[in-house]
Design a protein around this ligand. Sequence first.
Ligand code: PMP
Length: 357
Amino acid sequence: MRAFNFCAGPASLPTSVLEQAQAELLDYQSSGVSIMEVSHRGDLFTSVLASAKARLRRLMQLPESHDILFMQGGATAQFSLIPSHFLHGVGAYINSGQWSIKAIEAAKRFGEVQVLASSEEANFSYMPTQASWDKLASNADYLHYTPNETIGGVRSPFVPEVEIPLIADFSSSILSETIDASKFDFIYAGAQKNIGPAGVVVVIVKRELLKTAKEQASPVFDYGKMLAADSMVNTPPTYSIYLADLVFKWLEEQGGVSAMEEINNQKASRLYSCIDDSGFYRNPVALSDRSRMNVPFILADDRLDATFLAESEAAGLKSLAGHRSVGGMRASLYNAMPLAGVNALTEFMRDFERRYG
Ligand code: PMP
């Protein structure tokens, strides 16, 4: 019996994907071995890698100008790798939450950073509009922002319009809604939310941007060298990439990203309505900037938190505790969370309110 798993990451994976992985675990395509037991340079794995890239390219409608890399070190490694490749003068950042802060702190170790706007004074409850930003430094190399802040539950309702390379941490919203990838010069996303298990981070980079890159000490963390080696400077996380390919296939079967977006909007609006209609639950984020992937909420009386968590867990609704830095609750509604999971959660929440509210 599978529970509804609201964990922010590593997160729920589609059951059919896990079933296929299970069916193929011991004997992959009649090879007599598991896909995780074969050489990354052999035909079996290189076709998995090619398939994963082709599917992701189709799903995101990536322009030919952009390439896909599978790297390691998570999104956290990217926080440092971006400035170490591309920061020559100033790195410009928007500070919309805890993950923005991590990216900003990492960049400061490589050079000058300009924070164009921050919502920290309002406890990261909104995304600063572009009209409110400071003027971009004339020697800014790139603008970095976080389209979806996983902890605060804040989504940018707009894509920044800038003349310099645009870099975005899509860790918690990649493939959850359609985007115009041609507007971005660099996208990265840790896999463990909407792509697959942890251990791989997807990087989508416009080849043009790589011309400005500084060479890196380690070739496994050098975008140009990774691209030249088709993500195989060294042994890639083969099993994570295999599972990512299965998730991409599942997404195609669901009708692709636009079909997913429709369901994700339904899921989120159902949960936000439940919160807003209650008077017992509260979400602090500005209406226009609410995340569709991560929905934090608090109870009217935080002495009920432990009871809420224990009872929801017992009802098969898992991992609803908020991030350790903020407390309260958080329901993550990534692609693999079905509408039925949100219905079960809202039913539980209404019932809990009746009994304790
Ligand atoms: N950025 C965002 C938006 C995230 O949600 C996370 C993980 N929750 C990270 C970066 C860090 O990812 P990782 O643990 O893969 O380094």
